[in-house]
Design a protein around this ligand. Structure first.
Ligand code: AMP
Length: 368
């Protein structure tokens, strides 16, 4: 086990396995391009080690160049925009083969494909050392793949965790064993969002509120927002498929999190099952589901009060609020039994001072 910044990583791929994958790709490309001199374009920073070992394994004459991409957050609904800083010159009429260290969702790849489609290169191909097929959702079919890997956060062999780990000769994966993942459970108005705000600071967790993500999308007029709005305005649940995919995206966006607080998700048995399967595929799991309990009348009063200042359409009308309770009783309440069966269900009195309630929740978490 190694430690980078605040996190532990365990061995995943040995140097021999990595080099064997590179030999394989170099062999395939050499076979396809033995008649011409291709130009290999490495994607910085992560691919520098791959490019170096690849070129050593490539048996024919070739050229090499690099592009550099930077990603920054917060400009689109997907949260990430890729910007190109350098474009290799004099590639007209040449066959270009991009060398990527890892392809995951395919966002970077999409940008590269778009970029090279505007040049006069003879041919454009993509080779990647690692490929996370589970989460790839791009349209481009990748031409050369070193090896498929599961969707875990990896470092080493050029790949970093906040800039550390690039110099490791082997690949390591994040050790998830010490993660804490919590579901905050309770009717609308029970105080899940408020309490999540305190708990995330106290335990260094990432808070995901599906309601907040929907509202963010509505505010920004995205397709997802338009779709969700009609349901939310009536106090109905958004369909499972939409919500589940959105939740998965939110988790994927935070591969470095020390754990998650799920607030407002799951709300149906199908969502709970999907969450368990998804987390298991990532070597993760729910540690506890904690319910904040309060009487309906208290909750209605709280929500109407919140509606005055928040502007939330679903908080201003008692009929809509009661409809959300009906949805809860029918679809969400059965999850209590689901988590009790797993020995993970804990109930906490949700009435009292805010810090008193945080204290009650902390007691449960500290015993996990
Ligand atoms: P909340 O902020 O958690 O009260 O959520 C507000 C609204 O967003 C809900 O009434 C639903 O319409 C929708 N929503 C939030 N989370 C979910 C979910 N897990 N499944 C379905 N709909 C949801």
């Amino acid at each position: 086990m190694i430690k980078l910044h605040d996190k532990y990583f365990k061995p995943f791929l040995k140097e021999e396995q990595i080099l064997a994958a590179i030999e394989k790709i170099a062999g395939e490309i050499a076979k396809d391009y033995n008649e011409e001199v291709p130009i290999f374009v490495g994607v910085l920073n992560g691919a520098f080690m791959f490019v170096s070992d690849f070129l050593k394994a490539y048996p024919h004459p070739c050229q090499v160049s690099f592009v550099r991409l930077s990603s920054y957050q917060g400009l689109t609904s997907t949260g990430i925009v890729e910007t190109l800083l350098d474009i290799p010159e004099e590639m007209d009429g040449k066959s270009v083969i991009i060398l990527e260290d890892v392809v995951d969702t395919g966002r970077t790849l999409k940008q590269l494909v778009h970029l090279f489609s505007q040049t006069n290169v003879k041919e454009f191909k993509i080779a990647t050392l690692f490929y996370k097929s589970e989460i790839y959702n791009g349209e481009y079919t990748i031409d050369y793949i070193g090896m498929e890997i599961p969707n875990n956060f990896i470092v080493g062999y050029g790949l970093d965790y906040n800039e550390l780990g690039r110099n490791l000769r082997e690949v390591y994966q994040l050790n998830q064993a010490d993660m804490i993942n919590l579901v905050l459970f309770g009717k609308p108005g029970a105080g899940k969002g408020t309490q999540a705000g305190f708990l995330k600071e106290k335990y260094n967790l990432k808070h995901i509120s599906t309601g907040d993500v929907f509202r963010y999308n509505i505010k920004n007029g995205t397709e997802l927002g338009k779709l969700a709005k009609s349901y939310i305005d009536k106090g109905d649940l958004v369909p499972d498929e939409v919500t589940i995919n959105m939740l998965k995206d939110e988790v994927e966006k935070n591969p470095e999190a020390a754990g998650f607080i799920f607030d407002g998700f799951p709300r149906t048995t199908a969502q709970a099952e999907a969450l368990d399967n998804f987390l298991e595929s990532k070597d993760m799991g729910i540690n506890a589901t904690i319910a904040l309990e309060a009487d309906d009348d208290v909750l209605v009063a709280r929500l109407l009060e919140r509606g005055k200042s928040s502007g939330r359409s679903d908080d201003q009308d008692e009929n809509k609020i009661r409809n959300r309770f009906d949805e809860y009783n029918q679809k969400t309440a059965p999850l209590k039994a689901y988590y009790e069966k797993q020995g993970k269900f804990h109930a906490v009195n949700g009435i009292g001072e805010i810090d008193e309630i945080t204290e009650r929740l902390s007691k449960v978490i500290d015993c996990l």
